[in-house]
Design a protein around this ligand. Sequence first.
Ligand SMILES: *Cc1c(COP(=O)(O)O)cnc(C)c1O
Length: 417
Amino acid sequence: MSQHKIYYFDNNATTRVAPEVLEAMLPYLTEEWGNPSSAYGFGNRIAKHIEHARQNVANLINAEPREIVFTSCGTESNNTAIQSSLLCNPGKRHVITTAVEHSANIKFGQFLQKHSYDVTFLPVEPDGSLDLHLLETSIRPDTAVVSVMWANNETGVLFPIEEIAALCRSKGVLFHTDAVQAPGKLKIDVKSLGVDLLSLSGHKLHAPKGIGLLYVKRRTKFQPYIIGGHQERGKRGGTENVASVIAFGRAAELVMGRIDDENSRVRRMRDRLENSVLSTIPNTIRTGAKEPRLPNTSNIAFDGVEAEAILMLLDQVGICASSGSACTTGALDPSHVLTAMGLSPTRARGCVRFSLGFYNSDKDVDYLLGHLPPIIQRLRAMAPANAVERTGHKHSSTPEHGEEAQGMAAGSRESPQ
Ligand SMILES: *Cc1c(COP(=O)(O)O)cnc(C)c1O
């Protein structure tokens, strides 16, 4: 089916490049293609523009420009933060993170465990929140770094980063936060947050894919992850991704001015979507705490239905949303975030995330609300024998339901987070 318009409800996976951002970066893909490290003007004048972009992203998080290290993505920033903390504290081989982090942290933690480091993945409560007492008692004399995300990409649930940073500081342990989902949605002030290290990614804030940054607080010991040239004050080798750095700077300027929009207009659209789905479609429940939560994110469990089937039918009418499920071996693994919150694998496989953004309108929400109820009704009618799990987080052993007609969408890829 040919589709003209896309109804995009997957802004936590990636965002559209803003036209203003594209315009700012284009000259660096056309006329201004010199190497910023070159001695002649054609190259080194670009270094000035990079520094301007560095100032803009620093402004976004209230950092000093020299505290910003450009990387290739949020994943690299997270990996760098943890590896650097370990290398700078050679006697300490323990890392604390949570069970609901982005796979950038989960997989890196598992990698460290294979290489004889000790990694604690803190569990979460049924509403997705963290037990700070448990975090405190998990910190040991050999803990090098605590890495806890600010906003969960699947549920939007927020962790109390300021409190966690204070806790780590009192124990003399480095603190890193994955703040990739925060820009434009939350006010970011690294000074009042008190974090040592913080990750962002360009493509989650209307810059292109393939650019990220790591904030490294002044005087924090640091070891590069990518070893090579002297770029980024020796903190990250490799010729700068000039056009994307410029884009990131422009995007930072734009989202700073749009935070009020996200907190009023986008929040109102998200709430209308969520309230309407929960009140008009039976056997649905919001996943995770209502507050504190990102203003743009809604994760909803549709009991008795496979999320992959819902997504396939939504796709047929041009609607993009996502599930946190990872399809690895041909069988759907339920989301590690939702299972960590105590959802049964069956219920977790029925969860869909809707994440809105600057380019969504009320018309998009109307379109979604027009199409979703009949899709759920149709899928439930196709599997009449299936027991519908009762709502509520505590549940007994509901049998896995049959899965005819609810096969997953073609292709076995992990869905982007
Ligand atoms: C998208 C995302 C990442 C990964 O960022 P990339 O730039 O795609 O590597 C990390 N953490 C969170 C919370 C994310 O949403």
